[in-house]
Write a protein that binds this ligand. Structure first.
Ligand SMILES: [Fe+2]
Ligand SMILES: [Fe+2]
Ligand SMILES: [Fe+2]
Length: 424
């Protein structure tokens, strides 16, 4: 029994990114679809290029995710602006997210170059040159079809042939369009089913799916460094407390994924509330609390129910004073009670926008207080107290790795931006 099915990996990406910005999500899907149909045409009618099923799926996924770097921007409002003016930041961030955080790292450079003009392709070296040409054209096709008046000039495709885009790729698009009716499928929505069928063909390994979920969570969390660390800490503490409580392998796995996904709904919470340095007003608190329901909306019907319930019950309290359902001890399984403890520990231990990190004594006294007041599981808190130093030490080790990765992505961003100035 797996946590998430292969086809639902795409569904969860779709739902999550769609909440942040539906337009960019749709643009990604349409671009991925156009790219897929062009490759399919080559597979059937050309002797020059052939793709294995795995390559078809991977390249299509990259097509769907090619603008994922746009989610780094704090307020992604106008896709057309990003896609026609400010081309490099999102190309570079997208590349770095995919390279360091996704299971498709070796193919990430396809995304890096999706806005590089065709007549500059000789300046770069890549074994994916051909796919880069196709993706770049597919991207322009959707930009062209979608933005209409404000967009590319009417005679764009005759004027910039082999300058901004590959003429051969455009010819291929026209042939595929004639054969498959790409635009018709885009308009009547049939493309969505076709994408589902394609992606379902590829049975992703558990490791691959896990990689995608982690990429999704960390890409979203990249908006705020504290959030990345909070998620990481919650996963790590929950796992350690789960092991100490002798949970079964299955429960531990569910706890891992539940913790990984528990704050996904925060993507819909404005940064000024997430990063607020003061006390939240009642209205702001209401908005903040909504993240649980949003997490639920995203995960429902997509991940295994046990994982879903762990994720959406992390703010429940044993005495019924938690949210969003106000459940009590009798309703809450041990893994669900553990994630609540892990979430609190992570919040107290971590440095947040509104507070400094707390000392061990202070953390344990707050948590023992909560346990004594019947809010959180006493046994779990006791086992935390007994193993506190070891738990923290293990987490700090893992944190170093992730912070290292985070810093590496930032550093690489600067280096590549500098190097790419020649393309401006
Ligand atoms: Fe782009
Ligand atoms: Fe794009
Ligand atoms: Fe939360």
């Amino acid at each position: 029994m797996s946590v998430i099915s292969s086809k639902d990996v795409n569904e969860i990406i779709r739902k999550t990114l769609g909440i942040i910005n539906n337009k960019i999500m749709k643009h990604g899907e349409i671009t991925g679809y156009i790219l897929y149909k062009m490759m399919e045409y080559e597979n059937t009618y050309s002797s020059e290029h052939h793709y294995t099923e795995q390559e078809l799926v991977d390249y299509t996924m990259l097509g769907i995710l090619h603008d994922i770097g746009l989610y780094k921007e704090d307020n992604v409002k106008n896709v057309s602006d990003f896609e026609t003016k400010n081309l490099w930041p999102h190309s570079i961030y997208g590349f770095l997210f995919l390279k360091y955080l996704s299971p498709m790292g070796d193919k990430a450079e396809i995304v890096l170059y999706h806005h590089l003009d065709y007549n500059r392709h000789n300046l770069i070296q890549s074994r994916y040159m051909h796919i880069i040409e196709l993706l770049s054209l597919a991207d322009k096709m959707d930009t062209f079809m979608n933005l209409k008046e404000e967009s590319l000039e009417q005679d764009y495709f005759s004027k910039y042939r082999d300058i901004k885009f590959s003429g051969a790729a455009l010819d291929l698009f026209h042939k595929a369009q004639e054969r498959y009716g790409i635009t018709e499928n885009l308009i009547n929505g049939k493309y969505r089913e076709e994408l589902d069928v394609l992606l379902a063909k590829r049975a992703f390994s558990e490791q691959y799916k896990r990689g995608f979920l982690e990429m999704l969570v960390y890409t979203i969390d990249f908006r705020s460094e504290h959030t990345v660390i909070h998620t990481l800490a919650t996963v790590n503490f929950a796992e350690q407390l789960g092991r100490l409580a002798r949970l079964s392998g299955r429960d531990l796995r569910d706890l891992h994924y539940g913790a990984l996904l528990h704050d996904l709904g925060k993507i819909a919470i404005p940064l000024n509330i997430l990063e607020s340095t003061g006390r939240l007003s009642d209205d702001e608190m209401k908005i903040m609390k909504a993240h649980v329901r949003i997490t639920e909306m995203i995960l429902e019907g997509v991940v295994d129910d046990a994982v879903l319930q762990i994720a959406v019950r992390h703010h429940e309290k044993l005495d019924g004073t938690g949210y969003h359902k106000g459940l009590t001890a009798a309703d809450l399984t041990l893994p669900q009670q553990i994630i609540a403890v892990a979430d609190i520990l992570s919040a107290l231990y971590g440095k947040r926008s509104y507070k400094e990190a707390f000392s061990k004594d202070k953390i344990l006294s707050i948590m023992n207080g909560d346990a004594d007041n019947g809010k959180i599981n006493k046994n779990v808190v006791q086992s935390l107290e007994r193993n506190y130093d070891k738990i923290i030490k293990e987490f700090e080790k893992e944190k170093e790795n992730t912070i290292g990765l985070y810093l590496k992505i930032k550093e690489q961003y600067e280096i590549i931006s500098e190097r790419f100035k020649i393309f401006e």
